[in-house]
Each structure stands twice: as structure tokens, then as C-alpha cells.
Design a protein around this ligand. Sequence first.
Ligand code: FPP
Length: 272
Amino acid sequence: MRVAAPEGLSTKEAEVYSKLKPELLPRHIAIIMDGNGRWARRRHLPRIAGHRAGVAAVRSTVETAARIHISALTLYAFSAENWKRPGTEVSFLMRLLQHYLREELPTLMRNDIRLDYIGRIHELPQEVQERMHETHAKTAHNTGMTLTLALNYGARVELVDAFSAIARKAARNGGLEHLQFDEAMIAQHLYTSHLPELDLVVRTSGEMRLSNFLLWQAAYAEIFVTEKLWPDFRGVDLLNAILEYQKRERRYGGISDAASASEHRQSLLSLK
Ligand code: FPP
């Protein structure tokens, strides 16, 4: 039986969606939005033109993800290392973010999206933090997708913050001797503790690296890299990434079901 495409998808998107298995959608997708500078350079434009064009890609991707009922989408919007860029580019990105938060509120509300952030938010300019707080508060009661913007985010710093929080808590509760470290306990202290397991990482513009993004969370995620530059990326490209994800076999260090069934048959035969 053919499942009807969710409302709002374009004809192209609906065509890709029809090839997907809705019951196997990734719960949490994270995107490394790369290639804005190259997009601009190819057009002999300043780098900031690439960032500005990147907003249309964000809008399209976010809406499509919400329409197909992805639970969580996390976008790497500004890394802890991005402060090394020229001051003019950094302040443009901060202004662009403020603009995005104001202009996109109707889109977020219409699509029932809750907006959240990860990263060392307190180190961002005060006026940016205020706008972030406002948009977060206005979308807090939405119950559809959680859109998380990673801002001043670095995965190693996230681990430092998690271990520091654990140590502080231990100090308040009688010292380190009683601490029981396990994976779940560390995951509970990460910025993403409230989000589902990360299933898929998408990176645009061809580079094969994680760039200090969600290193702990990506341990078992599938990674999809496209040559497309971020400003050219659209919702249909996200659907194609999900289609590729659904073709992958996730083994989490085990062996495939087919291999396991064949092993089982072999061992039964050898017992005869
Ligand atoms: C990487 O491209 C992109 C960034 C550092 C910024 C990401 C920002 C946006 C996509 C714009 C708006 C987003 C929001 C959420 C408002 P790059 O400049 O490193 O590209 P390059 O590698 O080609 O130089």
C-alpha cells in the first residue's frame, strides 16, 4: 500500500518521499552546513553573500524535516572555532542570526517547531542572547520537531562542560569516591541529553570530517556527505540523504541479520 505524502511537500519532494519507509525515518538528524564561502567565491561575491543565501537552505530544510515529522534536527550554525574568522564576518553572522530568529518565527510556529540551542550560549553577544531567549520562549509550547541551533558549539568543550558538571555535583554530594561513571551518566550531562539518539549526520560541500561536531553523539550515526554547497541544499536533498540512510545497514558493532541467520544455519548443520 502506498502511504500518502505528508502535506506541504513539493512534487519533487513527494516523489523521493514515496521511496522512503516512514517507519524507519531517522529520529535525529544533524547537519554541518558547509560551503557558503565557496558558493559566494564562485559567483565573485563576498563571503557574507554565501551566508545570506544559506538562510534559504535552512528554511527549506527545516520545513521539509518538520513536514515529514523528524523528531529532532540540529544545525551547526556557529562553531567555537568560528571566532577566528575576520571580525566583520563574525558580526555579520551574529546579525544574520538575529534576523533569522525574528523573520523565521512565523515559519517555526506554522510548522509546530520548538527552537532550542546548544553551545556556550552565555559567551555570545548580549543582544543575540536576548533575541534567542525570546524566540525560544515563543516556540517553547510547540510539540512537533525540535530544531536545535549549535552556536559557539564545540564537541570537546561540550565534554569538558559535562565532566565539570559531574565533578561539581560530586563535590556537593560527598566527593568523587562514590561516582559511578557509565555511558548513560555522561550522556545525561551533554547539551543534547533531552534529544533522541543521533541517527544521521549530513555534511555539505564534500569534506569528509566531523569538525568537532557532536563527537560523542555521532558514535553510531550514519554519515552522508554531499558535494552540494550549503546555499544550494534544499528539502529534497535532505530526503535524498534519508533515502541513502535507509539503504545502509546499521550493525552497531554486531553482524548483519543475514550473516547472523546464515551463521545460525551453519552451526545447526555442524551439530547434526
Ligand atoms: C560554513 O561555511 C558556514 C558557516 C560557518 C555558517 C553557517 C551559517 C549559515 C548557514 C547561515 C545562517 C544560518 C542560520 C541558522 C541563521 P563556510 O563559510 O566555512 O564555507 P567555505 O568552507 O566554503 O568557506
